[in-house]
Design a protein around this ligand. Structure first.
Ligand code: CP
Ligand code: NVA
Length: 301
């Protein structure tokens, strides 16, 4: 039987997505009362890009669920020396119960998954970051109970996070306004797949009017470091400032997947201000991914 992978949010039904949100909330409430459904299970974590939150949350999550995680940097494995992805997938997955991958190309992830005999989790590619959306949606539900029908404004680059917000809007049925400079739009095929819930609004002030949630991300993602200078110029009018936030609903929340660059995509008084929920959002990576690990591994045994 083919293993169940988590490569994009589209691998989940709406019911499953909502189940993960609610299990994440339960895991958070019962954080000191650990059930250990993943005893003797091992997660291999392949990182071809840097990470703080993703590494710590998956590793701590596996430990708390009774299992174990192995950190594999591409610098130290044969993958990094050119061993084929297909061969690596067959070998690594023959020894562990699941594989988490953070890499550049989404194609590498899907090739790995198609040769793996155990579930593969996308921990960020250039195209998507679905694990972050599990945490973001859990955070919204914790603060405001339901996301369905709400308006979310994405400010900035049409990047991997933006693509995962588009997928989440389709599955959970919220409206997503994307405000970005010309030339930095999300992939049109991902936008069109989500139907009329997605709107591109050039003016960031306008895009935030009556928003329930305003969210942003860095202007230059990992792998785009050489474009930093030109991106700072292109995005200079797309900073989430207090004046931009003032257009949103009074009780609007602010989110950022982190790491953040204060003074670039977000002003310090916004990310450190009263509407910001970024610390809960970051912590929820742990709880949301424990729900995901349980869903993919424990329920299949
Ligand atoms: N948000 C996020 O994925 O953070 P890291 O890059 O630190 O894992
Ligand atoms: N868009 C960012 C997200 C980091 C968590 C990046 O890919 O670098």
């Amino acid at each position: 039987m083919k293993p169940r992978h988590f490569l994009t949010l589209q691998d989940l039904s709406k019911h499953e997505f909502l189940h993960l949100i609610h299990r994440g909330i339960e895991f958070k409430k019962n954080r000191h009362n650990h059930q250990q459904p993943l005893q003797h299970m091992t997660l291999a974590m392949i990182f071809e890009k840097s990470s703080t939150r993703t590494r710590v949350s998956f590793e701590a999550g596996m430990t708390q669920l009774g299992g174990h995680a192995i950190f594999l940097s591409s610098k130290d494995t044969q993958l990094g020396r050119g061993e084929p992805v297909e061969d690596s997938a067959r070998v690594i997955s023959s020894m562990v119960d699941g594989v988490m991958i953070r890499t550049h190309s989404h194609d590498m992830l899907t090739r790995f998954a198609s040769y793996a005999s155990v579930p593969v989790i996308n921990a960020l590619t250039d195209s998507y970051h679905p694990c972050q959306l599990l945490a973001d949606m859990q955070t919204y539900v914790e603060y405001r109970s339901e996301i369905k029908g709400k308006t979310v404004t994405w400010v900035g680059d049409g990047n991997n996070m933006c693509h995962s917000y588009i997928n989440a809007a389709k599955i959970l049925d919220f409206n997503l306004r994307i405000t970005c400079p010309k030339g930095y739009e999300p992939d049109p095929s991902i936008v069109s797949n989500a139907g009329d819930r997605i709107e591109i609004v050039r003016d960031p002030q306008q895009a935030c009017v009556d928003a329930d949630l305003v969210t942003t991300d860095v202007w230059a993602s990992m792998g785009q470091e050489q474009e930093q200078h030109e991106r700072v110029n292109a995005f200079k009018d797309y900073q989430v400032t207090a004046s931009v936030m003032a257009n949103a609903k009074q009780d609007a929340l602010f989110m950022h997947c982190l790491p953040a660059h204060r003074g670039e995509e977000v002003a310090a008084d916004v990310i450190d201000g009263h509407q910001s929920v970024v610390w809960d959002q970051a912590e929820n990576r742990l709880h949301a991914q424990k729900a995901l690990l349980e869903f993919l591994f424990a329920e299949k045994t």
